[in-house]
Design a protein around this ligand. Structure first.
Ligand SMILES: [Zn+2]
Length: 507
């Protein structure tokens, strides 16, 4: 009987955000031991994929620890230490019983004082488990995956879709390859190429051209004889680390030269497309977007989804303030929903005001000074309660989300759903869970980057991308990067061997 250990430590770190991510944020969504199987079985998550392969192959799973939290600032030293210590000690405990380890990492985690804590974790695991212990890792498409991190495990598979509707599928790819390796059927050998570019998250929607065609080539490459798996990591632009940027990773069955040919070809393809990838969709400022929305609504196009995509703390107020200003200046502002604005204080104030009561409060603008000023908002409480439910949308289907004390505050024109835990609204659950009728709204203001597309593309009349001055802009040039090496498009355009050319001049 085969036994596999399952664990994970997942965080997409925005290094520019000032507030550290502490242990409590991870503990809110942590599960351990047997709890992991009950939490994730049947869900469209990486762990759900691991578990389905285990079930189909009569594999016994041993849960270590799975911890995750919403994208936020650098992980505190203490939090990373505690979580990685626990994962490593649980893996050590199961080393002799388990035949291999299935791990879920994001690929873009940064801890205070450690720009690549996932590499640190993998090095520790290798040290205690041994150089030959079978390890498979499933990672996010938005990982900044340097060669060393990519090659420390036997198998690394990444998501190929954004919205990440293939999380379970990716977990299943990694688990299936690990089982085939354990059975002696395959000899995975990997190669890595780094094309020297990073995309803003807003341009990583894999159903939009030209990325759509490139992703099709990645899937085709994975099917060719001798190749076991191919991933294109697009990188995460808001982690200022030396490893920033895209990575192509191919795993071949024993044939390293074949893996190298595949990654070199796909990497060259990406370099060739980099300008087009970087200008994949029109971007509007808030006023222009609202003018455009008004035009479309007048033509009967509705609902209009506005995307305040630069918001990395789910509490930006730039767009909300513009909408409020315009609704007070002009009569007849469209009926607007703002699902999931992170503001624990406002949610608590709404709860103590009570259902149907009237509340004047400030909203949002707390994650950093770039999130905009807190907005003064007055409205009636349409919902208040603890928002905890199983996700019904196509992204993370079946996973339990717990937003804590939450409320709908509605001024008759704009209805804002405030939450105590940070989450981006990506499907229609925020409406059904709080008793709002989505059909009532002309404008829906979201903060997602790509994940909303799975649920909203079928129902939106139009999607308008709004650029605001927060930490996740489409234009990366203005961000205060300090650790990005030369040769990463579009941040540092200089060739990496400038110095060598200078040296030649001296000769
Ligand atoms: Zn991602």
């Amino acid at each position: 009987m085969t036994v596999l250990a399952i664990g994970g430590l997942v965080h997409e770190t925005v290094t520019f955000l000032p507030e550290e991510t502490n242990l409590a944020a991870f503990e809110h969504r942590a599960s351990r031991g047997a709890e992991i199987a009950t939490t994730f079985a049947g869900s469209n998550t990486v762990y759900g994929g691991f578990l389905s392969v285990a079930r189909d192959n009569d594999v016994t799973v041993e849960g270590l620890i799975c911890a995750e939290c919403a994208p936020s600032g650098p992980v505190s030293k203490a939090a990373f230490q505690a979580l990685s210590d626990e994962l490593v000690s649980r893996a050590t405990l199961w080393r002799d019983e388990a035949d291999g380890l299935l791990l879920h990492l994001h690929g873009a985690m940064v801890a205070r004082g450690d720009h690549d804590p996932e590499l640190t974790l993998l090095l520790r695991l290798r040290k205690v488990l041994g150089p030959d212990y079978p390890i498979a890792v499933a990672m996010d498409l938005h990982g900044n995956v340097g060669a060393e991190k990519a090659l420390l495990a036997d198998i690394v598979c990444g998501f190929r879709r954004s919205p990440h509707t293939d999380m379970a599928e990716t977990g299943a790819r990694a688990a299936s390859l690990l089982l085939r390796k354990l059975a002696g059927e395959i000899t995975p050998v990997a190669a890595v190429a780094r094309p020297g570019l990073v995309l803003p998250s807003i341009f990583t929607a894999t159903e939009d051209s030209p990325l759509k065609e490139i992703m099709e080539e990645v899937r085709e490459a994975a099917k060719q004889p001798g190749i076991l798996d191919v991933t294109l990591f697009l990188g995460f632009a808001y982690a200022d680390v030396p490893e920033i940027g895209a990575t192509v990773l191919a795993i071949a069955d024993g044939d390293k030269a074949l893996a190298i040919r595949v990654v070199e070809r796909l990497s060259a393809r990406l370099v060739e497309a980099r300008e087009a990838l970087y200008t994949a969709a029109p971007i509007y400022d808030p006023d222009t977007a609202l003018d455009k929305a008004a035009e479309l609504l007048a033509e009967g196009v509705r609902p209009i989804v506005l995307l305040e995509h630069a918001d990395r703390g789910n509490d930006s107020t730039h767009l909300l303030q513009t909408m409020l200003d315009r609704s007070t200046q002009t009569g007849g502002f469209p009926r607007t929903a703002v699902p999931y604005l992170h503001d624990r204080i406002a949610a608590t104030a709404a709860a103590s005001t009570g259902l149907k009561g009237q509340l004047m409060t400030t909203l949002g603008g707390k994650s950093s000074e770039m999130a905009g000023y807190p907005v003064l908002f007055s409205g009636f409480i349409k919902y208040t309660g603890n928002l905890r439910y199983a996700i019904t949308g196509p992204y993370r289907t079946g996973e339990i989300i717990d937003l804590g004390l939450s409320a709908v505050i509605d001024n008759g024109t704009i209805a804002v759903i405030v939450t105590s835990h940070s989450a981006a609204a990506v499907d229609t659950d925020p409406f059904t869970q709080t008793g709002l009728d989505i059909d009532e709204f002309d404008i829906i203001a979201l903060r997602s980057k790509t994940h909303f597309r799975a649920a909203y593309e079928p129902i939106a009349g139009a999607i308008l991308i709004v650029e605001t001055p927060d930490w996740g802009p489409a234009d990366l040039i203005g961000l205060p990067y300090r650790n990005v090496p030369p040769g990463v498009f579009p941040i540092t355009m200089g060739p990496p061997d400038d110095g060598i050319i200078d040296g030649l001049d001296d000769v």
